[in-house]
Every structure is written in structure tokens, then in C-alpha cells.
Design a protein around this ligand. Structure first.
Ligand code: G3P
Ligand code: MG
Length: 246
């Protein structure tokens, strides 16, 4: 179902401006804002103590100075972790962002968020939704929030919690399969978010002509991406949206 309340831009910074700052941090969102990008895609998960944080992986190793699993970390331990030094010296000391701190920053900067409910293996989609969805709805207006997930249980629970109207939901897919409309209708989603490399023209047109918003992740080559705008793609999620700017 299309959602007129949603003010989606053409360019969305993937995990913040992750080409230029450590992904999913406050610094990456500030960097996106600094180059004139108004929306970011971010991943949300729960720490072991139930605190929602902005983090992509199940593990800590790739994007911090710690090893181990996010699910084994509590907030006190998360606050001691360095989520910036792996990217570059200039970012050493950057904290892991809590959802609460991130929402406060997005609000202060007047930015929108495509928040991905990231359900890694073995994690509970319902607990994530119950912690994250009310917080997002309280912090940002409907025009500046879109929740998406690969996980249909998370989307269904978000819809149950939010009610029929107030929350824009997006279905994440790799290729757009034959079941895209059934998945959208099951949760009253307004958008389909597809891997740009796997998107086919006919299926893209089917989605956009049905009135659904079509977004693509994660494209960093504007020339290669270009034909997709004519297929009805409304927004591109990019590690460096500045490449798509005129
Ligand atoms: O939301 C689009 C994209 O972020 C999905 O893949 O692995 O980058 O979270 P991933
Ligand atoms: Mg994501």
C-alpha cells in the first residue's frame, strides 16, 4: 500500500555515509548531513541486555576493537568499545550508537531514517521490534521514518504493534520474486527494497506501477545504476550518495 505521508528522497546514505566514516555510527550520520544527504539507512539490533543499538553484524570484530558477539554484550561493555578506530585514526573513540542517541541526533539534524530491523541468526524478531519500533515512532514524524526488514516476522510484529496506518514498512528482498506483492500485503508495506544488481526491468515496473515505492541497495556506480531510474526506482541506498549528486 502506498504511503503518502512518507517523504522519501532520491538519495539515502547506507549505514550513514559509510564510504567516509565508520558505518552505523553517529559520525557517519553527521558526515551524511554534512554533504547534504537528508536520509540514512541504519541497522538496529539488541544487545544482550535488550538495549537497541545501531549495528550490522552478529559479531563485533569487523567494526570495533572487540571480539565476540553483540548478543553477549551489555550496555556498560558496549560503552567501552571503540567503533571508529577500525575505519581510521580520525574516528578513534567513536562509540557504538544506541538507538536512543541515534534518534536524538536524527531529530536534531532534521533527518529521515530507513531503519533496518536486522534479525541475525538466532535473534528474536519480536524483542527487537518491541524495543525499537515505539522508540522510532516517538522520536520521528511519519514523513521521516521507514522501517524495513528481510524478516517477515519482524515486519508483521511491527505492523501489529503500530496499528494499520502510522508506520511505513518496507520489505527487503534480494531479487524481486513472484511473491513480492503477497509479502507486502501481509504486513501492509509501502515499499520494496531490492538489490540493484538483481533487479529486472519488468519486475521493477510491476512494483512501481502497482503504486509501491521501489528502493535499491547498495549502489555506488551512478552510470551503471542509471537505467533503473526509468524502471520506476524512487531511491538509491548508497555508501556514497555524493557520487549520484549532479
Ligand atoms: O537496507 C538495505 C541494506 O542495508 C540491506 O543489506 O546487509 O547492508 O544490511 P545490509
Ligand atoms: Mg542494512
Amino acid at each position: 500500500m502506498p504511503d503518502a505521508a512518507l517523504a522519501l528522497p532520491r538519495l539515502i546514505a547506507h549505514r550513514g555515509l559509510s564510504a567516509r566514516a565508520p558505518e552505523n555510527t553517529l559520525a557517519a550520520v553527521r558526515a551524511a548531513h554534512a554533504v547534504g544527504v537528508t536520509w540514512v539507512e541504519l541497522d538496529v539490533q539488541l544487545l544482550g541486555d535488550g538495549t537497541p543499538v545501531i549495528w550490522h553484524d552478529a559479531g563485533l570484530r569487523r567494526c570495533s576493537d572487540r571480539r565476540g558477539r553483540l548478543a553477549d554484550l551489555d550496555l556498560a561493555a558496549a560503552r567501552r568499545l571503540d567503533a571508529g578506530g577500525w575505519f581510521g585514526e580520525a574516528f578513534r573513540g567513536e562509540p557504538m550508537a544506541t538507538l536512543e542517541a541515534m534518534l536524538a541526533l536524527l531529530d536534531a539534524l532534521d533527518m529521515g531514517v530507513n531503519l533496518e530491523l536486522k534479525v541475525n541468526r538466532g535473534r528474536d524478531p519480536r524483542a527487537l521490534v518491541e524495543a525499537a519500533v515505539p522508540a522510532v515512532m516517538a522520536a520521528l514524524p511519519p514523513s521521516r521514518r521507514l522501517l524495513s526488514s528481510f524478516n517477515d516476522a519482524a515486519l508483521a510484529h511491527a505492523r501489529t504493534l503500530a496499528g494499520p496506518e502510522a508506520l511505513s514498512l518496507g520489505v527487503l528482498v534480494e531479487g524481486v520474486g513472484r511473491d513480492w506483492r503477497r509479502r507486502c500485503e501481509a504486513v501492509t508495506a509501502c515499499s520494496v527494497h531490492a538489490d540493484w544488481k538483481r533487479l529486472k526491468a519488468a519486475r521493477a515496473r510491476e512494483v512501481s506501477e502497482a503504486g509501491y515505492r521501489l528502493l535499491c541497495y547498495t549502489a555506488n556506480d551512478p552510470a551503471a545504476f542509471a537505467p533503473r531510474w526509468e524502471w520506476g526506482v524512487e531511491a538509491v541506498i548508497s555508501d556514497d550518495p555524493t557520487r549520484f549528486m549532479p
